[in-house]
Design a protein around this ligand. Structure first.
Ligand code: NAD
Length: 420
């Protein structure tokens, strides 16, 4: 990617470099560029929690709201020792672009708490979650900002946030979060939505190349919500999943892995390393194996200037947020890799979150088939929008996706005008 030097491992700088390139190509005025590059609001909280041993600990947490131009902010909350404000700031902006690419009426936000869930009891996690929610309460809600699950958070976390919010406002507000249990107003199909969205865009890429699923060899990095659902759905539909990795290592089998058996093994062992149905392999190494379609669904910056030249896949479906750095974009482009960028590839999650929010506000719930059909219609239309736009303006898919998104957000802002 041309332009000024960026720290390729900074999520915010990576987002900003892509934004600058796309906004310049769109001819966006300098003031608008400056406004859209920066977040609307950044909240930092210090959360006091009494641990199980009776001692008090303080955890740092963030919520960054990037844009409210097209509707309430929307974005996940992640728990990890590696959370930084830079990362949350970059991911919040990416959420704005993602919602605009799939044309749903939300802006972007992201939240995170610096903690290691593996070392925390369920009770400690619940207390951290509830106090974090209480600290940001004035800034969230169905019309303001709607949290969702992300790395190391899940349906239970969302249930705690929803309950805490509801206790404070004195009535049950199911639309205050998405990705919650179906019994508490969650949507059918939300658990699988991000993985299903990845499969839908993968199918479109196959159509683009005239390939079929059965002869497409797939490697998936990450076996959490996104990776495991994508692997399971793709396996069920005939794709040949030859490699899967998680944080502790991976398994590889050129004849194809038995994904339902792997999921059972992962459930029982809390890891996939040691699965008897394949050879063991390192989790970074797995990205460089010979395959047709690579689906990183773990964490950011795993494909960088250090390893992009070793990627053998022809199609890259970015299930994770920001898995590829800007210098790696250039290398992949030169090598002819067809990249389906994160803000399109993993937008199935936020799309079904939008459906969940709509259903909660109506108090009327849709059958799973309706959710899946509407998701497919949006993902296919968005894929076509991006690929067509890229062709028309001679830019790669990532910059095309940014251009489509920035154009939509800037247009909404122009219509609204700038209030004093
Ligand atoms: P998760 O916590 O359920 O799973 C993460 C997986 O990645 C685990 O298998 C973990 O072992 C693995 N992992 C973590 N660090 C790794 C590393 N350094 N190397 C290899 N593997 C590693 O998280 P998730 O919800 O599946 O999210 C995964 C990615 O997808 C994140 O980038 C997230 O922001 C993005 N995403 C998630 C959703 C969603 O609906 N959950 C939606 C859009 C994007």
């Amino acid at each position: 990617m041309s332009g000024k030097e960026v720290n390729e491992f900074s999520v915010f700088e990576s987002m900003a470099a892509r934004f600058d390139l796309a906004a310049t190509k769109l001819g966006l005025a300098e003031g608008m560029k400056q406004y859209l590059r920066s977040p609307n609001r950044e909240i930092i909280v210090h959360i006091p929690v009494v641990m199980d041993n009776g001692k008090l600990r303080v955890f740092d947490g963030y919520r960054v709201q990037h844009s409210l131009a097209r509707g309430p902010c929307k974005g996940g909350v992640r728990y990890s020792p590696n959370v930084t404000l830079d990362e949350i700031r970059g991911l919040a902006a990416e959420m704005t672009w993602k919602c605009a690419v799939v044309n749903i009426p939300f802006g972007g936000a992201k939240g995170g708490i610096i903690c290691n869930p593996a070392e925390l009891s369920n009770g400690e996690l619940e207390r951290i979650t509830r106090r974090y929610t209480a600290e940001i309460l004035d800034y969230i809600g169905p019309e303001r900002d709607v949290p969702a699950p992300d790395m190391n958070t899940n349906e239970q976390t969302m249930a705690w946030i929803m309950d805490t919010y509801s206790m404070h406002v004195r009535h049950t507000v199911t639309a205050s979060v998405t990705g919650k249990p179906v019994d508490l107003g969650g949507s059918q199909g939300r658990r699988e939505a991000t993985g299903r969205g990845c499969m839908i865009v993968a199918d479109q890429a196959l159509k683009h190349f005239g390939w079929n699923r059965e002869s497409t060899r797939v490697v998936v990095q990450g076996f959490g919500n996104v990776g495991s659902q994508a692997a399971r759905l793709m396996h069920d539909e005939g794709y040949k999943i030859i490699g899967v990795g998680d944080v502790a290592g991976g398994v590889f089998n050129t004849d194809g892995l038995d994904i339902p058996a792997l999921a059972e093994y992962a459930q029982a062992n809390k890891a996939i390393a040691g699965f008897p149905g394949g050879d063991s392999i390192g989790t970074q190494e797995i990205l460089e194996q010979d395959c047709d379609l690579l689906l990183p669904a773990a964490t950011e910056s795993v494909i960088s200037s250090k390893n992009a030249h070793k990627i053998k896949a022809r199609i890259l479906v970015e299930g994770a947020n920001s898995p590829t750095t800007p210098p790696a974009d250039d290398i992949l482009f030169e090598r002819g890799v067809f990249v389906i960028p994160d803000i399109l590839a993993n937008a199935g999650g936020v799309t079904v979150s939008y459906f969940e929010w709509v259903q909660d506000r109506q108090g009327y719930f849709w059958p799973e088939k309706q959710v899946n059909d509407r998701l497919e219609a949006i993902m296919v239309a968005s894929f076509n929008d991006v690929v067509r736009y890229g062709g028309k303006h001679s830019v790669n898919n990532r910059i095309a996706a940014y251009m489509v998104a920035i154009d939509r957000v800037a247009f909404s802002l122009k219509l609204r005008g700038f209030y004093a």
